[in-house]
Design a protein around this ligand. Structure first.
Ligand code: SAM
Length: 290
């Protein structure tokens, strides 16, 4: 079945005319999507089924929300802006498949967004959102590390951030390692500032993250893994043995031994390691700590 055309710039689109009393709030990252083609890419990437539960972060005036409701079974949206939240609640009051939670997404337990499935403590769901960029990393962390993580995320993020998330060894930073530990990221398309009202100062990208059912590489538990990875990136310009010695508070001899056991040249820098290599360092660290 073909997806219906994304809505015309009427219902739900912000009114940019001087007569409108609404002024987008920069501090809340309010850049509303006004490009129907990009909306189509987001919907296509979400691969929605009629029984899907979708969590949307920051529905704003509800353009994406209305499109999601065309295809998904249920949409739960979290909006911090009281004015926008009240307006959307009123406009979609007749839609029983929609629930709006007013508040800061970082202060609301993920579980509480899913609790209307009493027989299934961890229902399958997707996150689809044009994210407020100022809290991109904490939002990704919140959902990827949740007891009940989503099956897939389809999110609009800053292009530079998207590139760092999909990075490969040589350019694989802390955020990339963190996301790739939990899921497979992919950039769907790049998005120009003119696709938003008001236009942001940066280019954007639609990013998907398919969350793994089990870890993609051998690695210790998340706490140990990230203790080691954070230590490795604590002084990114230094060679790995120095960064790890500082970050893990180990002697230089011990760190050299750790890296030798993991089969990693101690002179390498953190961003050159692959996820599998971080996993090996983490496992060796775990075994010497035990
Ligand atoms: N979904 C709309 C669209 O695509 O046009 C709006 C996207 S706009 C980039 C980001 C939205 O996130 C805004 O509506 C903003 O008010 C909301 N927002 C910002 N910080 C938030 C937070 N901490 N919790 C929930 N929503 C937030």
């Amino acid at each position: 079945m073909d997806r219906p055309a994304a809505p015309e710039p009427s219902g739900g689109w912000p009114d940019p005319s001087p007569a409108s009393s609404f002024r987008p709030k920069k501090r809340l990252g309010q850049h509303f999507l006004v490009n129907r083609g990009i909306l189509g890419h987001i919907l296509d990437s979400a691969e929605l089924q009629t029984d899907d539960l979708v969590v949307e972060i920051g529905p704003g005036p509800g353009v994406l929300t209305r499109a999601l409701l065309e295809w998904a079974g249920q949409v739960v949206a979290v909006e911090v802006d009281r004015e926008l939240a009240a307006k959307l609640t009123t406009e979609l009051a007749g839609e029983p498949r929609f629930r709006l939670v007013q508040g800061d997404v970082l202060s609301i337990p993920v579980d509480s967004l899913l609790h209307h499935h009493p027989n299934d403590p961890c229902p399958r769901y997707k996150v689809v959102a044009n994210l407020p960029y100022y809290i991109t990393a904490p939002i990704l962390r919140t959902f990827l590390t949740a007891a009940c993580p989503p099956q897939r995320l389809v999110v609009m993020v800053q292009l530079e951030v998207a590139r760092s998330i999909v990075g490969s060894p040589g350019k694989l930073g802390l955020l990339g390692v963190a996301v790739q530990y939990y899921g497979r990221p992919h950039i769907v398309c790049e998005v120009s500032p003119g696709s938003f009202f008001p236009p942001p100062q940066v280019r954007s990208a639609v990013l998907t993250i398919d969350v793994y059912g089990s870890r993609p590489v051998a690695a210790p538990d998340a706490e140990t893994f990230f203790r080691v990875v954070r230590a490795g990136f604590s002084t990114p310009r230094k060679q790995l043995h120095n960064a790890l010695s500082n970050g893990l508070n180990c002697t230089s001899d011990r760190t050299h031994q750790l890296l030798e056991t993991a089969g990693i040249d101690p002179k390498r820098r953190a961003e050159t390691l692959s996820l599998a290599e971080w996993g090996r360092v983490g496992l060796c660290y775990q075994s010497v700590e035990a």
